[in-house]
Design a protein around this ligand. Structure first.
Ligand code: SF4
Length: 214
């Protein structure tokens, strides 16, 4: 289970309505709600951010294709919006993308570019079956099981585990839920295990360095 982003998107909000700081690979930006929803409109709202993803992916995909073909098409624009419907209890989200080429482009080129746009990576993601998993980190005291060697101990709090599968799919040499003693502290170098433990979204995993306990 490899995530698409090397480093997850990081978001945080304080008491200021509704300014979210979003950190990405190379910087930060603000997200907010419009004034009518109680925010200050200092950044794009969540719906806009969702649509920005497919709009930018469409434009980038088209630009890559056009450049590869050596076509002279200096500008591409897209208007993107969505609407929601509920039919017979089933929810449907429709995203419309209106693409315009301001300069001269033949009908043949437009037909091909329409097909290419529909296959951009974000379109494919949005048209696949999507599930959203939400985890909450806990750090209170609860029953612990220690799996240790001389150097360190991997702590597991079974009551907190939210079964994300992140540990055993990303570091199967150490975590194997098919066996009773499911954590093998000798299966990988200490640093690699510690890094994996930090990725546990629920607080079910901990790492204690015996020489330097924190
Ligand atoms: S990463 Fe944490 S929450 Fe996910 S399965 Fe492993 S122990 Fe459980």
């Amino acid at each position: 289970m490899d995530y698409i982003l090397d480093k997850p998107l990081y978001g945080t909000i304080g008491l200021e309505k509704y300014q979210c700081s979003i950190e990405w690979r190379n910087g930060k930006f603000l997200a907010d709600e419009p004034v009518k929803a109680g925010g200050k409109d200092l950044g794009p709202d969540p719906h806009t951010l969702l649509l920005s993803s497919i709009a930018s992916c469409t434009l980038i995909t088209l630009r890559m294709y056009i450049d590869r073909k050596g076509w002279i098409i200096p500008a591409i624009t897209v208007n993107t919006n969505l609407f929601l419907q509920t039919t017979e209890g089933k929810k449907l989200c429709t995203i419309d993308q209106d693409i315009l080429f301001p300069g001269p482009v033949t009908d043949e080129q437009k037909t091909r570019l329409q097909q290419i746009a529909a296959q951009c990576p974000i379109s494919k993601i949005l048209e696949s079956e999507i599930r959203v998993r939400t985890f909450v980190f806990r750090n209170t005291d609860t029953k612990e099981i220690h799996y240790e060697n001389e150097e360190f101990s991997v702590v597991w709090k079974p009551g907190f585990c939210q079964h994300s599968a992140r540990c055993w799919t990303q570091l199967p040499e150490v975590f194997d839920p098919k066996i009773k003693k499911w954590i093998n502290p000798d299966g990988a170098p200490a640093g690699k295990i510690e890094q994996q433990v930090k990725k546990c979204p629920s607080g079910a995993l901990g790492f204690i360095n015996k020489k330097n306990p924190k």
